[in-house]
Design a protein. Structure first.
Length: 367
C-alpha cells in the first residue's frame, strides 16, 4: 500500500505512525508544514517533504488571513501526488492539512482530527466552520483520537468517525526505575503552555509544602514552552523553588527515561483532546492524577489507575497527590493496574493495525 501522510514532519506522532507503516511493508511519503528536526529519525525508505512557510505565518492562530499563503505550496503537493500515486491520502489536523487534502481532490482521502482543529478552529467564525464541514465532507472516513472528540466532530459531518487513539509502545514505555533517594517525585511531561494547567500543579505544591508532610517530595516539570519564565517566577513567588525542578526540553527518543524518574505523574490540563503522556506514564507503572476533561477520563480508571480531579482545583489536586505521596503501596498498586490497562486498551500495534484495517476498507470501496 502507498500512503501519503499530510502531517507535520516534526511531530513525534507523525514519526511513529509513518515508521510503523513502513515496518509493516507499506510505502510512505510524509509532507507538511514544519521543520526538519526529526528527519534523521525517519526510516530510510520514507521520503519527507518539509513544506516551507514563514515561521511568523505558522505562529498565527487558526483563522488568520495570513494563512492564505499556505495555498502557495499546493503546486508542490500536486507534484508529489502525481509522482507518488498514493492509494491513501491521510491528512492529520483538519483545519490545515485537511484543507490541503480537500483541495487536492483525492478519492481516498481520510482526515484525522487531533484537537484544536475541532474544538477551537470552527468557533472563530462562519468561514472556519464552513471550511471544517467541507474538509470532513471530502473524507471517505474520519479518524478521531478519542471518543469524546468523535462526538464533537459529529457536529460537523455525517461521515463515519472511527476512534483510533495515539497508542503506546509498551516495550519502550515500561517500568525501569532505580531510584537511590528518599524523595517521592511528582512530575509532568508536557509543553509549558497555558492549556496544560501547570500553574495549578505549582499551587498544589505550595499547599502540600504548607501541610508539612512526613514524606519528602519534589516536583519535576519536564519540557519547554512559552510559559517557562512565567512558571519559574510563580514558583519563586510561592516560595517553593527548592521543591521544583525545571528540566527544559527533553528529546522524544529518551522521554521514557524521564517518566521513570517519577513516582507520580500529574497532568492538570485545562484543555486536552487526548493525552498520550498520561498513557506513557501509566505504561511506566506510574499512578496518574489528572483533570476530568476532554479525552483524559477515557485514559484513567478513577480510583484504580489514578485519580481524576476537576480542572483548576489546586486543593483537590493536592489532596489526591498527598494520598499517593504518603502511601507507597497505593502508588505501586495503581501503577501496576495502569500498565495493565494500557496494554489491554492502548497498545501501539493494535492502534496501527486498526488504522491499516480502515485504509484497506477505503481502498476496496467498502466504506
Amino acid at each position: 500500500m502507498k500512503i501519503l501522510l499530510i502531517s507535520q514532519p516534526h511531530s513525534p506522532h507523525t514519526l511513529k505512525i509513518s515508521n510503523s507503516l513502513v515496518a509493516m511493508g507499506h510505502k510512505v511519503v510524509v509532507c507538511g508544514i514544519g521543520n526538519n528536526s526529526l528527519n534523521n529519525y525517519y526510516h530510510q525508505d520514507i521520503i519527507v517533504y518539509n513544506l516551507n512557510i514563514h515561521k511568523n505565518v505558522i505562529a498565527q492562530k487558526d483563522g488568520s488571513i495570513s494563512k492564505i499563503s499556505y495555498f502557495l505550496i499546493l503546486p508542490k503537493l500536486f507534484k508529489i501526488i502525481k509522482t507518488f500515486k498514493p492509494d491513501i491520502v491521510n491528512s492529520h489536523y483538519a483545519s490545515s492539512n485537511g484543507l490541503f487534502g480537500y483541495l487536492l481532490g483525492c478519492n481516498n482521502h481520510i482526515v484525522s482530527v487531533w484537537g484544536g482543529d475541532i474544538y477551537d478552529f470552527p468557533n472563530h467564525n462562519f468561514l472556519n466552520k464552513f471550511i471544517i464541514k467541507s474538509v470532513l465532507k471530502s473524507a471517505r472516513i474520519v479518524f478521531s483520537t478519542s471518543n469524546i472528540m468523535a462526538i464533537e466532530t459529529a457536529k460537523y459531518t455525517n461521515k463515519q468517525i472511527v476512534t483510533i487513539p495515539f497508542g503506546v509502545d509498551t516495550e519502550k514505555f515500561k517500568p525501569n526505575r532505580d531510584k537511590k533517594d528518599n524523595f517521592v517525585t511528582i512530575g509532568i511531561i508536557k509543553w509549558l503552555e497555558k492549556y496544560y494547567g501547570i500553574e495549578y500543579l505549582l499551587e498544589a505544591t505550595k499547599i502540600l509544602v504548607d501541610r508539612k508532610l512526613s514524606v519528602n517530595f519534589r516536583v519535576m516539570i519536564i519540557g519547554k514552552g512559552s510559559l517557562e519564565y512565567q512558571l519559574k517566577q510563580k514558583s519563586k513567588e510561592l516560595g517553593i523553588e527548592k521543591y521544583v525542578e525545571f528540566t527544559g526540553y527533553v528529546s522524544f527518543n529518551i522521554i521514557e527515561q524521564y517518566h521513570n524518574k517519577l513516582d507520580i505523574a500529574c497532568y492538570p490540563s485545562i484543555e486536552e483532546s487526548f493525552g498520550v503522556s498520561v498513557l506513557e506514564s501509566s505504561a511506566c507503572e506510574l499512578p496518574v492524577v489528572a483533570t476530568n476533561i476532554g479525552g483524559i477520563p477515557e485514559l484513567i480508571n478513577d480510583g484504580v489507575t489514578g485519580y481524576l480531579v476537576e480542572q483548576k482545583d489546586s486543593i483537590g489536586l493536592a489532596d489526591k497527590l498527598e494520598e499517593l505521596i504518603t502511601n507507597k503501596d497505593l502508588r505501586e498498586k495503581m501503577g501496576k493496574e495502569g500498565r495493565g490497562f494500557v496494554i489491554k486498551n492502548y497498545s501501539w500495534q493494535s492502534c496501527i493495525n486498526k488504522m491499516i484495517l480502515y485504509y484497506n476498507l477505503v481502498i476496496n470501496q467498502n466504506l
